[in-house]
Design a binder for this molecule. Structure first.
Ligand SMILES: Nc1ncnc2c1ncn2[C@@H]1O[C@H](COP(=O)(O)OP(=O)(O)OP(=O)(O)O)[C@@H](O)[C@H]1O
Length: 405
């Protein structure tokens, strides 16, 4: 069993909120309460083991950054205790500890020593830091000329080469471009193999699934779930879908919509059967539900759906007629129909178009065609990983030796 490197014990943080600085002063002078209290985190306890990567997820304001700042020692808790059994380095608000007037090179020494490196460490590691950051000659320019992505590259490089026992990463990777984020993810995985412990906060659910051994879900400052990444992220998605319930109704954009409107598509939703939201794992069973309203009696209605990728390419389309069903509708009635399918498609963002037609295709007799009726994201993969757009199920032959003859 791995050793415990960090213990977070019953941490509560109460922020004092003053209407003005004047109220702050009055409180000191008149010994009277001029503030309101806000409980940001309540009774948080967890342990981090050596070599473990722990994810923290939660909606904006759930208390993620506050708990990280307390662990890093940037702010004090109101109650509770942090026991650190190793050096903790935190990559919190990007570039905290940088001096904007100094060059990137000079900041390696400044920031490095701030996070616990010796002068000697900084000298020994500076070239690796510069190489990893890919800043090239910009390293000799003042930090104030850097973009947020460049600051992040330098901050991340210093943090990773400072070789802490615990590295805290708060949303840092979301600032970089895809190439650098992938490089950081790989560096984190390598350090994990060397037994570094990581606390990782992100809204990027896929990277949480890829990196973490365990995830904690925070809501209103409390731990509401802790466990396997897949399971906790499903609970998070469910929580978000509840928050979004009121926004579910689709607004129909005239540019994306045409037809006689004798029957109209009122609403289209997609829900992953595990995630209970529109953030779904590849391979997960999902339901696309259409609500439609008829203005006339209609016979032989054919209902179609089309999934498109973010570039607008058709990924998969089908219709009830393809599946052997047509419908007769009565005037002024509302109906709903569900398509149930396993989403064996690659990671990415998709939209769904829907169509109501009589006949084979939408050009024949189109009652309503609606592009971008709703959207969803494939984040993470159930089962064996794969690359590309679609999951096919290969069967491997036995390996045969080919003899030269
Ligand atoms: N210095 C402060 N004074 C008063 N309230 C604060 C302070 N810092 C944070 N809070 C409040 O504490 C709560 C938790 O904030 P925190 O930044 O920890 O959330 P978060 O989960 O990291 O959010 P996000 O995902 O938006 O970064 C929020 O309601 C926030 O407004």
């Amino acid at each position: 069993m791995a050793n415990s490197i960090l213990q977070v014990k019953n941490i509560t943080k109460i922020y004092r909120i003053y209407k003005s600085n004047y109220d702050r002063l009055k409180e000191i002078f008149f010994n009277k309460k001029y503030h309101k209290e806000f409980i940001s985190n309540k009774n948080i306890s967890f342990e981090l083991l050596e070599g473990e990567t722990l994810g923290i997820v939660g909606v904006n304001g759930a208390g993620k950054s506050t708990i990280l700042k307390i662990i890093a020692g940037v702010i004090n808790p109101t109650k509770g205790q942090i026991i650190r059994n190793g050096r903790v380095t935190a990559l919190l608000e990007l570039g905290t500890g940088f001096n904007d007037e100094l060059t990137g090179y000079e900041n390696i020494f400044l920031n490095g020593t701030l996070i616990g490196m010796t002068e000697e460490d900084c000298k020994n590691k500076k070239q690796q830091i510069i190489d990893f950051s890919e800043l090239g000659d910009y390293i000799f320019e003042p930090i104030k000329t850097y973009s947020s992505g460049m600051r992040m590259r330098l901050a991340f490089s210093i943090a990773i080469f400072s070789e802490p026992q615990v590295l805290i990463v708060d949303e840092a990777l979301s600032v970089g471009d895809a190439h650098f984020s992938a490089k950081c993810t790989k560096a984190l995985k390598d350090r994990k193999k060397q037994n570094m412990s990581i606390i990782y906060v992100s809204h990027d659910l896929n990277s949480l699934k890829l990196l973490c051994d365990r995830v904690i879900l925070l809501n209103h400052g409390e731990i509401v779930k802790e466990g396997e990444p897949e399971e906790v992220i499903n609970s998070y998605n469910f929580l978000i879908s509840k928050l979004n319930d009121d926004e579910e109704k689709i607004i129909i954009n005239d540019n994306d919509s045409f037809g006689t409107f004798d029957v109209e598509i009122v609403k289209v939703t997609i829900t992953g059967m595990n995630s209970k939201s529109n953030i779904i794992s590849s391979g997960e069973n999902a339901e696309i539900e259409l609500e439609i309203k008829s203005r006339k009696n209609i016979n032989n209605l054919n209902i179609g759906i089309l999934i498109k990728d973010k570039f607008g390419q058709d990924i998969f389309g089908t219709s009830t007629k393809n599946e052997g069903f047509e419908y007769n509708l009565q005037e002024n009635e509302t109906y709903k129909i569900k398509f149930n399918l396993d989403l064996n498609i690659g990671i990415g963002k998709y939209s769904i178009s829907a169509a109501l037609v009589i006949g084979e295709n939408h050009l024949d007799n189109c009652l309503h065609w609606l592009d971008f009726a709703t959207d969803f994201e494939i984040a993470g993969i159930k089962g064996n990983i794969f690359t590309g757009m679609s999951k096919l199920y290969p069967k491997l032959s036995k390996m045969e030796k080919i003899n030269d003859k």
